[in-house]
Design a protein around this ligand. Structure first.
Ligand code: BES
Ligand code: ZN
Length: 608
């Protein structure tokens, strides 16, 4: 009895964040809450279906006779109790974005039940790749749970404030490897049966699966990389410093609690740069630049092991608590490894991103507040650079106000206090007030930062001496003082190059344009950031010679951060709109739903 009581109390404590209801989930955890999920799924690459059984262990209030799960576009075949007898279930009405809630009837004694189900073509978390979309020329699949897509491949309480442990058995074809965001206990084998488990409680959006012709290469004691065989060596080389990042992160904010930290390199259609799936970051191959220049992204996903995966936003209105903290932490890791100069460049680039986002969505837009109000909307819509950069600059402001030592001590206790719990903006503010003892003026600034649109004047504008030199080079080139070949670019990192391109005017005369193309060849750069930045410069200039290069890029890469702005820029040019629409039609089937839906929305808004 005592044991049961303490278990129940733990679960209650885990889910205390639920004081604020999640507008994107139908779960009613105070009635009944999932504490453990067991998945047994078989993969059919031909039909593009996952099917099998989910078993749930639950805690419930004594009087509760129902549990609510989130589902979207799933085919539910049967619901049974632990003894195999059938359980009754019913549906709530389908809602846009959030899907159709499933209500399972419980008996007083029910502590476990099963759902037999299969996925459908509307299971948007999953991308099924045909052989020609991969390097190994074998089919591949991966899932993306954040923000509210896990419910499209698992019937589950899909709210970031609800955590549970899980285990899974995946049956796939021989010769493939299945890996998940947990402890992967099976090596590649001929039976195609794989097991994984997660012994620490996690929210549903952090469950992920990938299957393909994957291989593993260790890159340190606790770190390694999974990739298709053709990519494995270059990936292991690119991420050589990951173990050092892990050590630096631990010395900043406390022990890494998840055991291993591996990176999975996905095919280029992966819609994000990276996704912080526990123990196994999912990453785009577009960060493999050959010179380790884009690995801040790995520092970012690693940092989520604390901010996000350990201390989790309790619903998506508090998304900045995941991302803003993570960007701050990412830059601290990069500073520890490569110095303040290097991290300073990242910060200036981030500030630039923040300025253009503020301009794009408008200084007065409610979506520029840190605390969002996403009810009735797709949470994806409100997730912009605001959470990342405006959030990070708030933490920089706090750091400056109280000093780095005090701020680091504060963050360390924050991760301890809220570990394995949900965090809301309000609770963060309360903790801040108690621990950092800010005065009224400072609290007013913080409140304005969080609840008002735009950016407070108190924001520290970052600067970088290395970038000052780049600015000078841009001026010398555009003023005709120096030719492209004479610019002092030796020793420039890819960040300096990026800053150079971002500061180049799009109005280049013919001679200067061909000099740039001949000298630097960014259209075909192996560095995706440079290639993207240059393409954007040329598209915004209305230079139709950029079109074949843009088409090549859009046909190769599915990362939304590149794809969405590029189509948007094409659509904005009268001479390019039609071509842009044609390209989208041609390539959309190769994009993950997350990317495809975003571009489609943009096209819809063109029509308005
Ligand atoms: N958790 C995010 C990715 C995400 C956000 C997925 C919102 C779904 C909804 C991840 O940690 C991230 O921020 N990735 C960035 C890279 C980072 C260096 C800014 C990305 O994908 O570009
Ligand atoms: Zn992130």
């Amino acid at each position: 009895m005592k044991c049961f009581l303490s278990h129940f109390l733990t679960i209650l404590m885990l889910n205390t964040s639920l004081a604020q209801p999640d507008p994107h989930s139908a779960a009613k955890p105070a009635e009944a809450v999932v504490t453990h999920l067991s998945l047994k799924l078989a993969v059919d690459f031909e039909k593009k279906v996952l099917s099998g059984m989910a078993t749930y262990r639950i805690d419930k209030s004594e009087k509760s006779r129902e549990i609510w799960l989130d589902t979207r576009n799933l085919k539910i075949e049967e619901v049974t109790y632990a003894d195999g007898s059938k359980a009754n279930y019913s549906w709530a009405e389908e809602k846009p974005f959030v899907g159709k809630a499933l209500r399972v009837e419980l008996k007083e004694s029910t502590r476990e039940f099963n759902i037999r189900y299969s996925t459908t073509s509307g299971s948007e978390a999953i991308q099924w790749l045909d052989a020609e979309q991969t390097q190994s020329k074998k089919p591949f699949l991966f899932t993306q749970g954040q923000a509210i897509l896990s419910r499209t491949w698992i019937p589950i309480q899909d709210s970031p404030g609800i955590r549970f442990t899980w285990d899974a058995e995946i049956q796939t074809n021989p010769g493939y490897l299945a890996v998940m965001s947990g402890r992967n206990v099976t090596n590649k084998n001929e039976s195609g049966l794989y097991k994984a488990q997660m012994e620490l409680p996690v929210p549903a959006y952090l469950i992920a699966l990938a299957i393909g012709d994957l291989e593993f290469s260790p890159i340190g004691e606790r770190c390694g990389v999974y990739a298709e065989p053709q990519m494995l060596k270059s990936a292991a080389d690119e991420f050589a410093d990951v173990e050092k990042m892990l050590i630096a992160a631990e010395s900043l904010y406390g022990p890494y609690l998840w055991g291993r930290y591996d990176v999975l390199v996905l095919p280029p259609s992966f819609p994000f740069g990276g996704m912080e799936n526990p123990r196994l970051t999912f990453a785009t191959p577009t960060i493999i630049a050959g010179d380790r220049s884009l690995t801040a992204l790995i520092a970012h996903e690693l940092a989520h092991s604390w901010s996000g995966n350990l201390v989790t936003n309790s619903n998506w209105n508090d998304f900045w608590l995941n991302e803003g903290f993570t960007v701050y932490f990412e830059r601290r890791i990069m500073e520890a490894l490569y110095g303040a100069d290097y991290a300073g460049m990242l910060e200036v680039l981030g500030y630039g991103d923040l300025m253009s986002t503020l301009q794009d969505i408008g200084m007065d837009s409610p979506d520029t507040r840190l605390k969002l109000s996403l009810e009735g909307r797709d949470p994806d819509d409100g997730m912009s650079d605001i959470a990342y950069e405006k959030g990070c600059f708030l933490l920089r402001y706090l750091e400056q106000q109280v000093g780095r030592a005090a701020f680091d001590a504060f963050l360390k206790t924050y991760f301890k206090e809220f570990g394995f719990k949900g965090i809301t903006t309000e609770r963060f503010l309360d903790f801040l007030k108690r621990k950092l003892k800010l005065n009224e003026v400072q609290m007013e600034v913080v409140n304005r930062w969080i609840f008002s649109p735009g950016l407070p004047a108190e924001c520290i504008v970052p600067s970088s001496s290395r970038f000052e030199a780049v600015k000078l080079a841009v001026q010398q080139f555009e003023g005709g003082e120096k030719k492209a070949s004479e610019l002092p670019t030796s020793g420039w990192s890819s960040h300096e190059w990026l800053y150079f391109i971002r500061n180049l005017s799009s109005q280049q005369n013919e001679a200067r344009l061909s000099a740039l193309n001949n000298q630097f060849g960014w259209y075909t750069s192996g560095n995706s950031e440079l290639r993207f930045a240059w393409l954007m410069n040329r598209i915004q200039a209305g230079d139709i010679r950029a079109l074949p290069h843009a088409e090549k890029f859009l046909g190769e890469v599915g990362r939304r951060k590149f794809i969405l702005p590029m189509y948007t820029a094409l659509f904005a040019q009268p001479s390019m709109q039609e071509e842009g629409l044609k390209m989208f039609k041609k390539y959309k089937s190769g994009y993950h739903a997350v990317t495809r839906n975003s571009v489609e929305e943009r096209i819809e808004s063109l029509k308005k």
